[in-house]
Write a protein that binds this ligand. Structure first.
Ligand code: ZN
Length: 62
């Protein structure tokens, strides 16, 4: 399955599904860089990005 990126929260999920973070299903395949949060509640980077759910995120989307 191809991985796509949620347009709303930038979390990766499999094409055809919906985002495990925000439950939306609008996605993009235009992204740059990826970052994996395993302790987003205590990560300053995660807080800056507005990440609340652990998982894999794209750094930039278009
Ligand atoms: Zn999302």
């Amino acid at each position: 399955m191809k991985k796509v990126v949620c347009k709303s929260c930038k979390m990766f999920f499999e094409e055809g599904g919906s985002c495990p973070g925000c439950k939306k299903n609008s996605f993009t395949t235009s992204w740059q860089g990826r970052i994996h949060f395993i302790n987003s509640k205590e990560s300053q980077i995660a807080q800056k990005m507005g990440v609340e759910t652990d998982g894999e995120y794209a750094i930039k989307i278009r």
